[in-house]
Ligand binder design. Structure first.
Ligand SMILES: CC(C)(COP(=O)(O)OP(=O)(O)OC[C@H]1O[C@@H](n2cnc3c(N)ncnc32)[C@H](O)[C@@H]1OP(=O)(O)O)[C@@H](O)C(=O)NCCC(=O)NCCSC(=O)/C=C/c1ccc(O)c(O)c1
Ligand SMILES: O=C(O)CCC(=O)C(=O)O
Ligand SMILES: [Fe+2]
Length: 365
C-alpha cells in the first residue's frame, strides 16, 4: 500500500531515488505540496499579471503548407528574431503520429515506480536514457512539479535496444517524421545568416544530435505555490515541442506600456490542435551572434489536470565547437560569443538549477 505523506520520512528518497516521481506523490492524494516544492515568490507565476497582457501580443502561427513561398521563410526568420518562439501548422507530421507519441508518454508514466526506476541516473544501463523528476534535484533549492524521461538519439539500433519499450517505437516514428520539418526550418533560418548551403559540417553543427524528452506534469494541489518548469532557455539550436490541450507554457516578451516604457511580461502559448511549438535555443543564438533569440520560458503547474509535452531538442554534436558562424561575421559584425565545446556548454547547463538566461554567460566574450 502507498504510504501517506506524514509517513514519508524522506521525501527525496520516495520521489527521486525510489522513482515514484511527483506523479507518485500526487497519487497519494496529498492536500498540500510539500515544502520542498514551494518556490520563492519571485519564481511563481503571477497569473493576474499574465492576464493583463495586450491581446495583440500573441506569438506567430505560421502555416507551412505554402512552403516555397518567400513569405513563409521570411515569417520564420522574423519570428526567430523578434520572439524566439512561434507555432507551425500544416507542417507534415500527421496527427496520428503525434497522438501516438502522447499515448506512449501516458503509457510510460503509468508504469510502476519499479519499472520507471530502471532508468534513473543510478540504475539506467546508459546515460543516453534517463528518467527523473524536477530538473537537477541535487542542485535545486526548490523542486519543480515535473517528471521526465530523456532519450538521447544515437542510432535506431541503439534506440531499439536501450529505449524503454513503453514508448520507443512511437518516439522513433515521431522523430523520423519530424526530420523533414527540422531541415526546412533550418534551411529557412540559414537564409538570413548568409548561409547558402547546409554542407556536412553545417549539418553537424545545426542538427548533429537530437534528444527527445517526455515531460509529465501531474495535477497539483497548490499550483500557485510551485512551478512545472522554472524560467530557462533551451540549450539546443531549435526545439520542436508537442504539447497537449491543457496549456500552461509561458514565454518572456517585451511590450510598451501606456507611458511608452518597455515592460516585460509572460505570454501564454495557447495549445492549437495539430500544431508544433518551435523555439530557438542558446546554441543558435550563439551561432547567429545574437540575431536569433533564445527566449526564457516556464511552465505553470495545473490544479485540475495532468499535462504532458514532448520536446525534440535539435543540437550540435557534443564534440562540436560552437561560436558565431563565419558567414555571420563576414559583414564585419563584432563577435559577441566565443567558441565553446558544446558538451562543456551542456554540462554547465545540467549541473545547476534553472536560472533564466544565465547559461549564455558561459559563452559570452
Ligand atoms: C552525450 C551526453 C548524452 C552524455 O554526456 P557524457 O559526457 O557522455 O556523460 P555524462 O556526463 O555521464 O552524462 C550524464 C550527464 O547527463 C546530463 N544530464 C543531467 N541532467 C539531465 C537531464 N535532465 N536530461 C538529460 N541529461 C541530463 C548531465 O550532463 C549528466 O551529468 P551528471 O548529472 O551525471 O553529472 C550529453 O550529456 C551531451 O553532451 N549531450 C549534448 C547534446 C545534448 O543532449 N544537449 C542537450 C540538449 S537538451 C536542451 O536543450 C534542453 C533540455 C532541457 C530543458 C529544460 C528542462 O527542464 C529539461 O529537463 C531539459
Ligand atoms: O512543457 C512545456 O511546454 C515546455 C517544457 C520545456 O520548456 C522544456 O522541456 O525545455
Ligand atoms: Fe524549455
Amino acid at each position: 500500500m502507498a504510504p501517506i505523506v506524514s509517513e514519508l520520512s524522506n521525501l527525496t528518497d520516495f520521489v527521486v531515488k525510489k522513482g515514484n516521481g511527483v506523479k507518485g506523490l500526487a497519487e497519494i492524494g496529498i492536500e498540500r505540496v510539500p515544502d520542498q516544492y514551494i518556490q520563492p515568490i519571485k519564481e511563481r507565476m503571477d497569473m493576474h499579471q499574465a492576464l493583463q497582457m495586450p491581446s495583440d501580443l500573441a506569438i506567430p502561427v505560421i502555416d507551412m503548407s505554402k512552403w516555397g513561398d518567400r513569405k513563409v521563410v521570411d515569417s520564420i526568420c522574423d519570428a526567430a528574431e523578434k520572439w524566439g518562439f512561434f507555432q507551425i501548422i500544416n507542417h507534415g507530421v500527421s496527427v496520428e503520429v503525434m497522438e501516438n507519441v502522447k499515448t506512449a508518454t501516458v503509457r510510460f508514466f503509468s508504469s510502476t515506480a519499479e519499472e520507471k526506476s530502471k532508468y534513473t541516473k543510478e540504475n539506467s544501463p546508459t546515460n543516453h536514457v534517463r528518467y527523473g523528476t524536477s530538473f537537477a534535484p541535487e542542485a535545486e533549492s526548490s523542486l519543480e512539479w515535473k517528471d521526465y524521461l530523456s532519450l538521447f538519439f544515437t542510432s535506431e539500433e541503439d534506440a531499439s535496444t536501450l529505449w524503454p519499450p513503453q514508448c520507443k517505437d512511437e518516439a522513433l516514428e515521431y522523430m523520423k517524421n519530424a526530420e523533414p520539418v527540422i531541415r526546412k526550418l533550418m534551411e529557412a533560418l540559414m537564409t538570413r545568416l548568409n548561409v547558402t548551403e547546409i554542407n556536412e559540417n553545417k549539418s553537424s553543427l545545426l542538427m548533429g544530435s537530437k534528444r527527445i524528452n517526455f515531460n509529465y506534469y501531474p495535477k497539483c494541489p497548490n499550483p500557485e505555490l510551485t512551478i512545472g518548469v522554472g524560467r530557462h532557455s533551451d540549450i539546443s539550436n531549435l526545439t520542436l515541442l508537442l504539447q497537449d490541450d491543457i496549456g500552461g507554457l509561458y514565454v518572456r516578451a517585451h511590450c510598451t506600456d501606456a507611458n511608452g516604457s518597455i515592460v516585460q511580461n509572460w505570454v501564454h502559448i495557447p495549445p492549437i490542435s495539430g500544431a508544433l511549438v518551435i523555439n530557438v535555443g542558446d546554441a543558435l543564438q550563439i551561432m547567429s551572434n545574437g540575431r536569433y533569440k533564445s527566449v526564457e520560458h516556464r511552465v505553470v503547474a495545473n490544479g485540475s489536470k495532468d499535462r504532458l509535452s514532448v520536446p525534440i531538442f535539435v543540437n550540435p554534436r557534443p564534440s562540436d565547437a560552437i561560436g558565431p558562424l563565419a558567414e555571420v561575421l563576414e559583414t564585419g559584425e563584432r563577435a559577441v560569443y566565443k567558441q565553446v565545446l558544446y558538451s562543456d556548454y551542456t554540462k554547465h547547463f545540467f549541473n545547476k538549477a534553472h536560472d533564466g538566461k544565465k547559461t549564455l554567460d558561459f559563452a559570452k566574450i
